[in-house]
Design a protein around this ligand. Structure first.
Ligand code: TEU
Ligand code: CA
Length: 508
């Protein structure tokens, strides 16, 4: 079977919380290298590393001070090269996270821009004499005064993360150079952080200019050989038709939108305004995106990421049966799957003491009198808890940078020994994907089902697979015929799916 770049399964890894090897309580590059056997055995093709570049760390690497260096917190460039090399011997490639909308305020471009308005970098950031009404995503004004330049600069996020001015061609040129640097090192994928924000207009309010996003990507990618790359964009603000346009031109292969993640948020309010989760809405959202991206379009398939605390805790009360169901659904839908570290063992949000929260967004929200109940479900620290390798943790011999109470029974070691574990479900599903082209390229055909059940066929030439999923914790009776089962989770029989049961079978 010929595998195209978008058929790969990506393992999304938060380096800070994956594996520490020197006892400082922070995960590192050598830790990732140590776990390559585990990742290969799991069956993933690529690992996406959240930023490991030099950074003052206000937003854990999402404010980059030097895009072609490694932060000593994580290791050295030699260790990065060793990781790329050894990963490739495990049939795994590396995807780097490119933060192109903003830099750290410590980046030399910003320092040059601040000190020398008439120099070559003078206009590479967004400067105004007067601030406007725009709010930053982390709360408070998006404008901060620089007493050096005696002007205000714009920052979509924290004041330590000034936004670049993508109307200056030099910005795209710099990023083309950065991408080439990493391609040269052997990197095979890029995930572009908030890439839709590079095309923003900010007067009088913030709005997104799609043409500018498109032009920015074109300028940046023109000098880059992208034939062997997987290009992923985080772009919550783009419509399905805009996403398809970018895909058609191969400016991006896969795009993240956040509609499923927002199912437990009140529409139009901030992420902290919660509403109860309804599995019927999950079904509708999945169908909507699959339908919008059919034929030439292509979806991203993910439940969690380093910004999105575990849906298992938010939607499904930590029930391990639901985790198995979500795994089967994610790995049978049409698109590129992203498994976020710990998904494969059913890691939960855990409990974090109020004084232990660290995320800049959460701290800001709590300072402004935010509700702790919202933080417990949606605070980003919950997505960043250290990986559970053993019952004792196994993440670090020292004291982990982020402390929490978490279900110790959900760990890699125990699940490796248990044939019925969630980890084995992931391994089996990933190995089935390697032998069943219908799961990769097959077209989607929906089956009529009750509101909290989803069922579809994946059809590829002569081959046809059927997927039946109960999204709820109630048994559901149905009339959809099942063929020989490839894998099933939960309790099911010919006409009934038990709570969170899911089946992948042949249609005849
Ligand atoms: O996230 C962008 C983004 O949309 C987030 O602000 C999101 O709305 C928020 O995390 C929800 O709580 C990206 C990165 O993934 C994130 O970690 C960074 O903080 C952010 O960009 C700034 O670089
Ligand atoms: Ca370390």
């Amino acid at each position: 079977m010929i595998k195209s770049h978008r058929h790969q399964v990506v393992y999304h890894l938060y380096p800070k919380s994956f594996q520490d090897t020197n006892g400082d309580g922070v995960g590192d590059l050598n830790g990732i290298r140590k776990r390559l056997d585990y990742l290969q055995r799991l069956g993933v093709d690529m690992i996406w590393l959240c930023p490991v570049y030099t950074s003052p760390g206000y937003d854990h690497g999402y404010g980059v001070a030097d895009y072609t260096s490694i932060d000593p917190l994580y290791g050295s460039m030699d260790e990065m090269e060793a990781l790329i090399d050894e990963a490739s011997r495990h049939d795994i490639t590396i995807m780097m996270d490119i933060v192109a909308n903003h830099t750290s305020s410590c980046h030399k471009w910003f320092i040059a821009s601040e000190h020398d308005p008439d120099g070559p970098y003078g206009d590479t950031y967004i400067w105004r004499d007067e601030p406007t009404e725009v709010e930053s995503f982390f709360g408070g004004s998006a404008w901060t005064y620089s007493s050096i330049r005696q002007q205000y600069y714009f920052h979509s996020f924290a004041k330590e993360q000034p936004d670049l001015n993508w109307n200056q061609p030099i910005v795209a040129k710099e990023f083309a150079r950065i991408l080439s640097f990493w391609i040269e090192k052997g990197v095979r994928g890029f995930r572009f952080d908030v890439i839709d924000l590079i095309g923003k207009q900010i007067h009088p309010h913030r709005w997104l200019n799609f043409e500018r996003v498109q032009e920015g990507l074109r300028e940046m990618l023109a000098p880059v050989d992208r034939s062997n790359l997987l290009l992923v964009g985080e772009a919550g603000g783009l419509s399905p038709s805009e996403i398809r346009q970018l895909q058609e031109e191969r400016l991006l292969d896969v795009v993240f939108n956040f509609e499923t993640c927002a199912l437990d948020e009140v529409a139009g309010k901030s992420k902290w305004h919660l509403q109860s989760f309804d599995p019927a809405e999950l079904k509708m959202t999945i169908k909507k995106w699959q339908d919008e991206m059919k034929e030439d379009g292509w979806n991203s398939l993910f439940w969690n990421n380093h910004d999105q605390p575990r849906v298992l805790s938010r939607w499904y009360d930590d029930d391990i049966r639901a985790a198995k169901m979500l795994a089967l659904l994610q790995l049978t839908l049409r698109g590129t799957p992203f498994i976020y570290q710990g998904d494969e063992i059913g890691m939960t949000n855990g409990n974090i003491q109020q004084s232990d929260y660290q995320d800049i967004e959460t701290l800001r929200y709590l300072q402004q009198g935010g509700a702790i109940q919202s933080v417990q479900l949606k605070g980003r620290d919950h997505a960043r808890l250290p990986m559970m390798w053993t019952k004792e943790g196994g993440f670090s011999t020292g004291s982990a940078w982020l402390q929490a109470m978490i279900d110790a029974d959900r760990n890699v070691h125990d699940q490796q020994l248990d044939d019925d574990s969630l980890l084995q479900v992931y391994r089996r599903l990933l190995s089935i994907r390697k032998t069943e082209p219908a799961l990769l390229d097959g077209e989607m055909r929906w089956q009529e089902t009750p509101s909290t059940m989803i069922a579809f066929d994946r059809i590829h030439g002569e081959q046809s697979l059927r997927i039946l999923v109960n999204l709820s914790n109630h048994s559901i009776r149905h009339r959809i015929k099942m063929g020989k089962t490839l894998i099933g989770v939960g309790d099911y029989c010919e006409e009934e799916l038990g709570p969170y049961a899911a089946v992948l079978c042949y249609t005849f």
